[in-house]
Design a protein around this ligand. Structure first.
Ligand code: AHR
Length: 497
């Protein structure tokens, strides 16, 4: 089948904030212990960080990483994770039914983030704690010195402040699974007062107010409206979280989930702007999509894990080829909303629902989803362009009028490079796309990278990389039209210069 697109230099959506390629490391499962940190590992550096992991994270060019949770943060005492390691307490992690040794805490994570060239997005505990713990953690991290908490940081060996800019006011506080779950009113008030105190400690920080834990929550979007009533003045962003899974083994329906994601984003924007009008405010709240991914493969296995173990193999989804297609589409959706989505975090980064997997004491490998994340992060920098699309469509169980073609376009003015990210959702047929690129006179094809596999359920393992990108010569340019051939069920990056 055939589709058409028009791309024009002047159809600008927005400059892309690189922070949309962020990720997330939670003190959960083997993300930290056996993931980024492993004393005695063959690749461990002087701080016990695995250098094989550092190298792959650097490859992904992840600009910002959320920490330490997630659900874990809602019962976390940050003080447990600083100071001499031998005196750090072991604690029950109630969120994940595990044992937290606290061998890694704030300072270690900040040091690791520096090594991978990422800034830290720090979450504070608004489940079991509140204003006091949040303002002391911020003072510990960002105040130069001469106060109780900042001097303690210096005593702990960190003379210079960490200068962490982005702070999350709690995590998923609408969720019944959350320790210290709150009603919208309770959360809104606590977040507003905590944020106020935090901005008094350091006015340069940016704050994220908790949105709904997903578009399927019964309180969505009333939660956004009611909490913003309280946090609008103090917050800079509102968070969105969303995970998808192909539980019914229905590929066409599964790949259409980005229509839900798109709708979710639009509704949150509308709610923020409704509140802006209601408050007669000049300020615009932006979106931080700080948890997104596929998550479902490991659900059953997780029920069999021994309680109170240290670093159990939790949430270790092994991703299929079709998961990589959805991840590619989710990235496209973020790009198409880059005028309002200014931060996003793929959840998560290592071992826990992650693009990077390790064996504790062993090697490292890339999951299928590594690839769309890698290419979009590396080449999706510059200005997002709106494109006019005419694609054949299909209906699925939960969605109608799903375009076979899913796409995002990025113009990197600095490198004079045009990049098209495209997914063909069809399980049956290739898609030939005629793209009007007349405003990019003289641009030539540099490469077309394709991720495709005949088996939608193909996975990678440490032994065998079955799903990996390859270069093809399937596209051509003639008279200002780029004709792109997208094989059935494929993710593509077409780069022109
Ligand atoms: O990323 C895994 C979990 O998903 C996080 O801890 C929580 O915030 C969300 O429910």
């Amino acid at each position: 089948s055939k589709a058409k697109m028009i791309i024009d230099q002047s159809f600008k959506i927005s400059e892309i904030n690189p922070r949309i390629y962020g990720s997330f490391i939670e003190q959960l499962g083997r993300a930290v212990y056996g993931g980024i940190y492993e004393p005695g590992h063959a690749s461990a550096d002087e701080n016990n960080f695995r250098q094989d992991v550092i190298q792959l994270v650097k490859e992904l060019q992840v600009p910002i990483i959320r920490y330490p949770g997630g659900n874990m943060v809602s019962a976390y005492n940050w003080e447990d994770g600083v100071g001499p390691k031998e005196s750090r307490p072991k604690r029950l992690d109630l969120a994940w039914n595990s044992l937290e040794t606290n061998e890694v805490g704030t300072n270690e994570f900040v040091s690791w983030a520096k090594k991978v060239n990422a800034e830290v997005m720090m979450a504070v505990n608004l489940g079991t704690r509140g204003i006091d713990a949040a303002r002391s953690l911020l003072e510990y991290c960002n105040h130069p010195g001469g106060t109780y908490w900042s001097d303690l940081r210096r005593e702990h060996g960190f003379r210079d402040p960490h200068n962490i800019k982005v702070w999350c006011l709690g995590n998923e506080m609408d969720g019944p699974w959350q320790i210290g779950m709150k009603t919208a009113y309770e959360y809104g008030r606590l977040a507003a007062e905590t944020g106020k105190a935090m901005k008094l400690v350091d006015p340069s920080i940016e704050l994220v107010s908790c949105g709904s834990s997903g578009s399927g929550m019964p309180t969505f979007p009333e939660w956004e409206a009611e909490t913003l009533e309280h946090t609008y003045e103090v917050a800079d962003y509102i968070s969105l979280h969303q995970y998808y899974g192909n539980r019914d083994n229905d590929t066409a329906n599964y790949l259409a989930n980005t229509l839900d994601m798109d709708n979710f984003i639009k509704t949150v924007i509308a709610t923020c702007d409704y509140m802006k009008a209601k408050k007669r405010s000049k300020k615009t709240i932006n979106l931080s999509f700080d948890e997104w991914n596929v998550w479902f493969h490991s659900n059953d296995q997780d029920k069999t894990i021994e309680p109170w173990s240290v670093a159990p193999p939790l949430l270790e989804d092994i991703y299929t080829f079709e998961d990589a297609l959805l991840v590619g589409s989710m990235l496209n959706t973020l790009l198409k909303h880059s005028d309002r989505v200014k931060m996003a975090c793929m959840a998560q980064l290592v071992n826990v629902i992650a693009p990077i997997m390790t064996e504790t004491g062993g090697g490292i490998w890339k999951q299928t989803i590594f690839y769309p994340y890698y290419y979009t992060s590396v080449y999706g920098r510059g200005t997002a362009l709106h494109s006019i699309v005419d694609s054949p469509k299909y209906d699925s169980k939960d969605f109608t009028d799903v375009p076979y073609l899913d796409q995002a376009v990025v113009f990197n003015e600095e490198n004079e490079e045009l990049v098209i990210f495209a997914v063909n959702r069809s399980t049956e047929e290739q898609l030939i796309v005629d793209i009007d690129i007349r405003s990019f006179e003289g641009y030539q094809l540099v490469e077309q990278v394709v991720l495709a596999h005949e088996d939608p359920k193909a996975v990678n393992t440490i032994e065998k990389e079955r799903v990996k990108p390859r270069n093809v010569n399937d596209s051509s340019i003639q008279n200002g039209t780029l004709t792109a051939v997208l094989s059935k069920l494929s993710w593509n990056m077409i780069r022109l210069k």
